[in-house]
Design a protein around this ligand. Structure first.
Ligand code: PLP
Ligand code: COI
Length: 359
């Protein structure tokens, strides 16, 4: 049984230089001094949890993850409040979702409470890496992969669970300024019954080609449509999506092919609490085009841990380039950004259990 007391801590003898200008931090390119690792072996379960200096992980060329992509991951952040306290946001949701992804990818389940404690421990060890500049945080990336050397196509018997930490700034160079999104009409990301509801590398690998083509046309990310009728809106490459049409705020329902975002869930809860009419339902691109034509499409924004709240200023579908809210930050997007980050950075109290103190 893995318990907190079992976590061996080996501190680095060569601490790295931390980023000097926190305001210049980008997303996910600098890594802290330590990482958490534990191993899984069939018959033994998860074992040998440890925090060690951040560095390369030995991998055999035959490691199954390299060939058949048996891998899952999570994304969460540690936030430094004004009084210096460091908090996590809804970490239980991340590790519950990790288990959903594990189940889909035939990876053994992890203990949610233990994972939260391991994350807290890693953040505590690397607490000086949690930045304090506005809109920065320590991005945490838990991931699991099959490192067993074997070329048979099957679920492996050996896994590594790792958490790395990266002091990060905004995911988009635009920050909170509206982004341009390309509605994909050729490629599909996943279909019902596929792996869309899991956070697994393959979903992202298969999205790259569309992303490159959208980038070449000046768009930040792709908005995916459903893989069967090519009509219904799913999600963006790294975030869920919301539309404010008239007095209704709509986000696509969790149909099995999109990720159940924790930011999405939190935004729905915040809007409901504030009395907004929020619908989790099917929404087609034709409905969005129609609402835009009639002047009813007030705002579009994405939600995600990395992206936070990201207003959309342009949505392009075939030849229809829809400008939204004069490409300005919408009132609701701004309100949600302020409310959510206010809770995350400990400026305002959020619902019970959302903020978990590390140290
Ligand atoms: N959808 C995809 C494909 C994502 O990669 C992410 C990011 O994690 C999200 C949605 C948003 O999820 P969350 O709010 O839990 O970060
Ligand atoms: C996150 O928001 O945490 C994500 O995992 C998005 C990532 C693909 C950049």
């Amino acid at each position: 049984m893995t318990t907190l007391e079992n976590i061996i801590i080996e501190l680095t003898k060569n601490p790295k230089t931390r980023p000097i200008d926190e305001n210049a931090l980008d997303f996910g390119s600098v890594f802290s001094d330590h990482m958490f690792i534990m191993e899984y072996a069939q018959g033994k379960g998860w074992h040998s949890p440890r925090i060690v200096p951040y560095g390369p992980i030995p991998l055999e060329p035959a490691a199954m993850c390299l060939h058949y992509g048996q891998e899952v991951f999570e994304g969460m952040k540690a936030y430094r409040a004004e009084d210096g306290t460091i908090n996590l946001f809804r970490p239980d949701e991340n590790f519950k979702r990790l288990n959903l992804s594990n189940d889909r990818l035939c990876i053994p389940e992890v203990d949610v409470d233990f994972c939260i404690e391991a994350t807290k421990k890693l953040v505590e060890v690397d607490k000086d890496w949690v930045p304090s500049a506005p809109n920065t945080s320590l991005y945490l990336r838990p991931f699991i992969f099959c490192h067993e050397p074997n070329l048979g196509v099957k679920a492996g018997d050996q896994y590594l669970f790792v958490i790395i930490a990266s002091p990060s700034g905004p995911y988009y160079k635009e920050g909170l300024n509206p982004v341009k999104i390309y509605v994909e009409n050729t490629y599909v990301r996943t279909v019902k019954g596929g792996t869309g509801m899991a956070k697994t590398g393959g979903n992202y690998a298969s999205s790259l080609k569309a992303g490159v083509e959208a980038h070449d046309q000046g768009y930040s990310q792709v908005l995916w449509l459903d893989g069967i009728e090519n009509q219904y809106i799913e999600e963006v490459g790294a975030m869920n999506i919301f539309f404010r049409i008239g007095d209704e705020v709509i986000t696509p329902e969790l149909s099995g092919s999109i990720l159940g975002g924790i930011t999405r869930k939190s935004v729905v809860a915040l809007l409901q609490k504030d009395g907004y009419k929020v619908s989790e339902r099917r929404i087609s691109i034709s409905e969005v085009e129609e609402a835009h034509k009639n002047g009813q499409l007030k705002e579009v924004f994405g939600t995600g841990t990395a992206a936070v709240i990201s207003p959309v200023g342009i949505l392009k579908y075939n030849d229809n380039v829809m400008e939204i809210n004069n490409q300005e930050i919408g009132e609701l997007s701004q309100y949600l950004y302020d409310t959510l980050t206010g809770i995350q950075w400990g400026k305002t109290a959020g619902p019970e259990g959302w903020v978990v103190k590390v140290c």
